[in-house]
Design a protein around this ligand. Structure first.
Ligand code: HXC
Length: 517
């Protein structure tokens, strides 16, 4: 029998089908032809099977003040919540098939609803962005709606992890919201981020530039540092987000989930005892140390292609997530420059916000000298890292592997700025300057007046090395808690993390500090 109920059910079915059809078959095909998945296909891959609960599929768009005023059910974004490895997460996925995924009032209200819920229940937010920015036809309604999202991005910052994935040509507001979030993923060859696209650039500055060169994944991952991860396609990108998620707590009141990789905490690595070259100007790859000490040699590097002279990323020790900040002697001798300082500073602040202990592996010859860096603001940028480490209250351990010179020694999580435990390898060199710079400066007159200045310089450098090219002076002063055998680094770190587990630090009463941005 045909009942009233049945009619309503049929209406619901029709409305749902209309919402799912979104921009239509042709536009979906165009999306596939560009090597992109649709908004729904992406959510399907991101979330655990059958875990997605959709909201506002029937919310209708504004229609705009000009043009064809067509209203779409769902208004070009799919929102709701689901799980990743069984843990709750809120999501939105913009649908480029509906008016280019542009953000109108209803579209934004849907996103704001899940952001509010995420912050309320303490679950991360993942946004899959594929949008031409503020919807032009809606005028100030579209524009103002971005402000609503930015406001929520900032309110949620440091409360729940926020992850953005750029999966299409994103412009205007569609790039500013992601840039406030904690991590930005981009897909190679199909995603772009720019404030204004190549056409506007041409009009305003008369420059010809491709979308790829202006704001492609490679540019943002290597040059601007806007993207933390770049992946070859949608599928691998979504998998990578799931991997990152596994290292993170759901909110700032929780710790990251423990994952036992069955790697003994007592495992030693005798090869580490012989890793450091005899000549301290020779390089080696810090990744060897990182992979050796972490559980299962698993390391998820963040910003892998940007400022490669410093390595930041997540791993596990004794099952617990840790954030690693390590100088990389194999790139620019591991020097701290502008990009390295701001990259690591932001990473340290993320870890501190979300209860992730910090471990620094130090081999740093100092800050990069020269006019380029000074004019670019090395004082300002270096201060970011100094500030970030100094204010961090999570458990902090430092291991000085080799060089720890000058201000960079202090900045890289030293005892003096309150790291909890500072270990050194026997190869550590802790000094104000490197041997050459120091000898040239303090023995300047003696060297100048010598019959053989070269020989005197070498002799003074040798004396300096003997005095400072070891960790023992610092250990005698108590700045180094222990000089350890490199092979035992892993077990020392795990044991110390256990000891620091209940660390509590009270700060001064203030609204917030003023990090040099
Ligand atoms: C309305 C838009 C739109 C927008 C794209 N479309 N962006 N409609 N408002 N912002 C529509 C197009 O008209 C087209 O409709 C469909 O989406 C697909 O777009 P195409 O241009 O065909 O796609 P593509 O060639 O891939 O180019 C994508 C694009 C380009 C690079 C994003 O569309 C573009 O440059 N859009 C404008 C970007 C922009 O300037 N946005 C406003 C930013 S201001 P049809 O019907 O043809 O399919 C902003 C303010 C926020 O966001 C404040 C920030 C601080």
């Amino acid at each position: 029998m045909y009942t009233h109920n049945q009619a309503t059910l049929e209406t619901l079915e029709q409305l749902r089908a209309e919402s799912i059809a979104a921009g239509g078959k042709e536009k979906k095909e165009a999306q596939h032809n560009r090597g992109k998945l649709t908004a729904r296909e992406r959510l399907h891959l991101l979330l655990d099977e059958n875990s997605f609960e959709e909201f506002d599929a029937l919310k209708i768009g504004h229609g705009g003040n000009i043009g064809d005023k067509k209203k779409y059910l769902g208004d070009g974004v799919i929102t709701g919540h689901g799980t990743i490895d069984g843990r709750e997460v809120f999501v939105f996925s913009q649908d480029f098939t509906v008016i280019g995924g542009s953000l109108g009032e209803a579209h934004a209200q849907k996103i704001c609803k899940v952001m509010d819920l995420a912050t309320k229940v303490g679950a991360p937010i993942i946004g899959l962005n594929d949008s031409g920015g503020a919807r032009i036809q809606e005028g100030v309604d579209g524009l103002g709606s971005y402000g609503e999202i930015f406001h929520r991005n900032v309110r949620a910052s440091g409360v729940v992890p926020q992850i953005s994935c750029i999966m299409g040509p994103c412009a205007g507001g569609a790039v500013y919201s992601p840039s406030i979030t904690d991590f930005v993923f981009m897909v190679e060859d199909s995603s772009y981020m720019f404030v204004t696209g190549p056409n506007v650039v041409k009009t305003v500055t008369h420059q010809d530039i491709t979308a790829e060169d202006l704001g492609g994944a490679q540019m943002h991952a290597e040059k601007s540092g806007v993207a933390h991860f770049k992946m070859p396609n949608d599928v691998l990108c979504l998998r990578k987000i799931r991997q990152l998620f596994s290292y993170l707590p759901s909110n700032n009141q929780q710790k990251a989930p423990i994952l036992d990789l069955s790697d003994s905490p007592k495992r030693t690595d005798p090869a580490l005892d012989y890793l450091i070259p005899a000549n301290s100007t020779e390089s080696y790859d810090m990744n060897v140390v990182i992979h050796s000490i972490l559980d299962g040699a698993e390391f998820m590097e963040v910003h892998a292609s940007f400022a490669r002279n410093i390595i930041c990323g997540f791993g596990r020790l004794g099952g617990q997530t840790v954030g690693l900040v390590a100088n990389q002697p194999a790139v620019l001798a591991g020097v701290l420059d502008n990009d390295a300082s701001s990259k690591a500073g932001r990473f340290v602040r993320f870890c501190d916000s979300f209860n992730i202990p910090l471990i620094s592996l130090v081999d740093v010859p100092g800050f990069m000298p020269g006019p380029d860096q000074e004019h670019g603001g090395i004082i300002r940028h270096g201060a970011k890292l100094l500030y970030a480490f100094t204010e961090a209250t999570v458990p902090r351990i430092s291991v000085i592997i080799r060089k720890a010179y000058g201000g960079a020694y202090l900045v890289m999580n030293s005892k003096h700025i309150r790291c909890d435990v500072n270990y050194a390898w026997p190869t550590a060199e802790i000094a104000v300057l490197g041997p050459k710079g120091a000898a040239e400066l303090i023995y300047r007159r003696e060297i100048a007046q010598a019959a053989d200045p070269e020989q005197v310089l070498n002799q003074k450098m040798e004396e300096y090395r003997e005095a400072f090219s070891n960790p023992f002076l610092a250990a005698q002063r108590g700045y180094i808690d222990d000089v350890i055998f490199p092979r035992d680094t892993r077990s020392h770190l795990i044991r110390t993390l256990q000891m620091l587990d209940s660390k509590r630090v009270d700060g001064p009463n203030r609204k917030h500090g003023n990090i040099p941005l």
